[in-house]
Design a protein around this ligand. Sequence first.
Ligand code: ADP
Ligand code: MG
Length: 615
Amino acid sequence: MASPKVVGIDLGTTYSLAAYVEGGQPVVVRDSHGTALIPSCISFFEDGSVLVGSAAKARALADPEHTIFSIKRLMGRTLKDLHKELQLIPHQIVERETADGRKVLHVRIAGREYTPEELSAMILREVRQRAGNPTQAVITVPAYFDDAQRQATRDAGRIAGLDVLRILNEPTAAALAYGLDRRRQGTIVVYDLGGGTFDCSILSLSDGVFQVLATHGDTFLGGDDFDRALMELIAREQGWELSPRDPLLLQHLRDAAEAAKIALSSQESTVLRLDVPATVDRPARQVARTLQRQELEQLLQPFIDRTLECCRAALRDAQLTPQQIDEVVLVGGSTRIPYVRRRVAEFFGKTPHTELNPDEVVALGAAIQADILTSGRRDMLLLDVVPLSLGIETLGGVVDKVIHRNTTIPCRATTRYTTFVDNQTAIVLNIYQGERELTKDCRFLGTFKLTGIPPMPAQFPQVDVTFLVDQNGLLTVTAKEQRSGVQAQVTVQPAHGLTREEVEQLVLESIEHAQEDFTARRLIELRNKAEADLRHTAKALTQAGDQLTPEQRQAIDAAVENLRQAIAQNDLTVLQNALDAFNTATQPLATLLMNEVLRRAIAGKTEQALDPTTI
Ligand code: ADP
Ligand code: MG
């Protein structure tokens, strides 16, 4: 095998592997036995040495306490994000706070502590070694991974000695592997059923540009559940109790169940065999049970129903029907199961792509992307999207969205803001992510201050706030006051990410609360506007009030009083009406003032009465 310099890596929850491009074709990296998949499994020894891959998985049988699986579930998370994961990973997981206030998880194993990044790096190192130690890589992540999870994956790559060229979405990689980018136009569903997770992503393709339209899934649904269902069937029939205190029996039974499940993908029947030695607590366990494919399918049915529910939800999000889907791609080892293929074909009404190995397609696609990035072939653009809207807090706790959810990245957007009080020399910018209208319902990402704005009257400064999301989904915010040229910039790196459930929850909530949010937001905005208008009018009255007729003056005073009361009432319609009336009443004053400003400008006078207020 040639030693590639650059590889694509599928860093999976249960299996990982690498691929590279040779002579224009992507090929998977295999060991001397022809095996490509490396179990994402690490085994620790008391002396600090570690074993990664199938050797570690084999040792898990004898020493489950010193073996760790499913590290991907911990990447970029905080303890608060983890619930079910903690039951799944039988190690002590602790959270430490760093000096700069970031929360970092640690897994305690064999008397030492490791971060998820370090553990993933051990797997990546094994993958890398098998590929002949390349120095550069594209690493894939699920489409729903947020900034923190992507960042953690990138960090793991760095720890493993890799220059991570790009973090790529798994479904996009799968579509690339099938060469679907060569279509001019199309809508593609990627159905990914792996070991522990299920993802359904809908991509749209237009002139070589991929876009993720929607993604849905279940982070606790996959081949492990099928194994578990088989294990429970056997235990029930044998009258055993499956206790976590008997890890030896559990491991053996799990292996036997997985082997039987895999056999049933190519045979109509198989024999599940088990031979576990006795322990002090129980006798030896022996089983030889003949299983029919049909029996397995019955066990799988509720799980596959759930995956199709997710597909339905993703279609709904993308506002598409199954008939509008042009291509269906199967990804993940569990899609080798004939029953899964049948159900998916039925659901979408078309035969899914299965020409490539479903557990290799993601790595193959990552290899293609790595090749594009390093060979300078720029004939293809790969675009992903911002998973949740990004915005700035404005007065009253309202989030003003600068970049909307599902905008393709890289992207840039600028919004102009101004000040609400005179002589404001600094502006604090609070950055939020989420779909809701108010900051209290969104996730706080970071803050920074634009200082050194020269004193100017309220509403004079022109502060352009620019959000830039780069290829890897990382956000940089820049603020520039246009009149003076002062600027500030911050790269936002969230201390921790949102869980997928949270992302979905946030999206759901934003739909549920859309009306009530809209009203709350509108009310705050109007109240802010009314207060600013009152201040400006008071000031204008001192400047030009004496030029008003008594009727005009009276009308303004009445409108001011009316508006004050309306502000106190918190009713959208009342406030809107009061503001309208106020605007009509103050019209003559505005005209007077405008003439005054013009007159002064012509006379070359530019001095302004300034209030000594700052934020
Ligand atoms: P990951 O979740 O890491 O992306 P994979 O896509 O490699 O994992 O899927 C692993 C799952 O696929 C495991 O549950 C494994 O038992 C299952 N699997 C692999 N081959 C087969 C097969 N021939 N039939 C049924 N299940 C399979
Ligand atoms: Mg996978």
